[in-house]
Design a protein around this ligand. Structure first.
Ligand code: C5P
Length: 202
């Protein structure tokens, strides 16, 4: 029997860290759906047309180049407004969500569009300043030449685009448990997520 955990939230809120830890804790498979949009964005940066790039996506596109750069993130959020791009990625995500043994998917529209019947839904968020600082530290650790001001602008531009798009906008599902990680350690955020999921598994 499948068990789907849907984890949504804005950029750099800690969804990735929480999702990986939750998947490990429960022995579920994990899909970072942002990587699909990043891979499409990267193909568009190399000259492809968005819908064609999404329709031609293959697993190696997810590992072929570093998709965790601010440039690719912006490209991802631009292709994510295109309905044909979103439509091309739905089936893969829904098949993943239905797999036996349980699945954790994190993204922007998992609890609202991809898995509206998910057994557990979380909305992981934090203030824009905290999210920008975390992303800034991550990029610095990777040796990238970035400034906090630029990273904050990048996060805010993506938030606005993700929240205001017509198709599958970023919004908490009405039945999602909201976890604000602004003042939480990683361990505390993970513990809150596990507790929320345990509650519906009981
Ligand atoms: O989660 P991540 O920051 O890697 O996502 C990159 C971009 O992909 C987001 O800003 C958003 O525009 C898009 N995205 C989306 N729906 C998802 C996951 C990501 O629109 N389920």
């Amino acid at each position: 029997m499948g068990f789907c955990v849907a984890i949504d939230g804005p950029a750099a809120a800690g969804k990735g860290t929480v999702s990986k830890a939750v998947a490990t804790h429960f022995g579920f498979a994990h899909l970072d759906t942002g990587l699909l949009y990043r891979a499409v964005g990267a193909k568009v940066l190399s000259g492809m047309e968005p819908a064609a790039a999404a329709q031609a996506l293959v697993p190696t596109d997810l590992t072929a180049r570093d998709l965790r750069t601010p440039e690719v993130a912006q490209a991802a959020s631009r292709v994510a407004v295109v309905p044909e791009v979103r439509a091309a990625l739905v089936q893969f995500q829904q098949d993943f969500a239905a797999r036996d043994g349980g699945a954790v998917l994190d993204g922007r529209d998992i609890g609202t569009v991809i898995c509206p019947t998910a057994e557990a839904k979380l909305y992981v968020t934090a203030s824009a300043d905290v999210r920008a600082k975390r992303r800034f530290d991550e990029l610095l650790a990777k040796g990238m030449d970035v400034t906090l001001v630029d990273v904050l602008a990048d996060v805010q531009a993506r938030d606005t685009r993700d929240r205001e798009r017509v198709e599958a906008p970023l919004v908490a599902a009405v039945d999602a448990v909201v976890i604000d990680t602004s003042d939480l350690s990683i361990d505390a955020a993970v513990a809150a997520a596990i507790a929320a999921i345990e509650e519906v598994r009981a």
